[in-house]
Write a protein that binds this ligand. Structure first.
Ligand code: THU
Length: 136
């Protein structure tokens, strides 16, 4: 899918964020190898450690529907009452999860739809990610 089109879906997904504590809304949108699209938002909790990032929400939705090979993922973030920030960079945990469910050609699209977008690979965002030789 066109990167800007996917970023627009990520921005739309950020609007459903449940972020009453940080008041920072994140959205992610991804495309699987069969072309199916999943989106996700961050979901916070009064027990802060339970907060789930938007990227992992979207990835876990896809995996739980049987998709293990993500081809593209876009991420967008904004303060609750503000504009999308220039780059909402995925946290370390999300980078590790991305590395699990995408091959080396997966496109991680960062930026915002109103600007030039930058495309990253999993290796660029998480060199030497943890791996075990047990994947099927
Ligand atoms: N957040 C994400 O959803 N994705 C990231 O990669 C970084 C942070 C969320 C978690 C929390 O709900 C809020 O942004 C502020 O950290």
């Amino acid at each position: 899918m066109d990167a800007r089109e996917l970023m627009l879906l990520a921005e739309q997904a950020a609007l459903t964020a449940y972020a009453p504590y940080s008041k920072f809304c994140v959205g992610a949108a991804l495309v699987c190898e069969d072309g199916s699209v999943y989106t996700g938002c961050n979901i916070e909790n009064a027990a802060y450690g339970l907060c789930n990032c938007a990227e992992r929400t979207a990835i876990f939705k896809a995996v739980s529907e049987g998709h293990r090979n993500i081809r593209q993922i876009a991420v967008a973030g904004k303060p609750q009452d503000g504009e999308y920030i220039p780059c909402c960079s995925p946290c370390g945990s999300c980078r590790q999860v991305m590395a699990e469910f995408g091959d080396s050609s997966m496109e991680i699209i960062l930026g915002r739809s109103s600007d030039e977008l930058k495309v990253w690979t999993p290796q660029e965002l998480l060199p030497a990610s943890f791996e075990l030789e047990v994947k099927e």
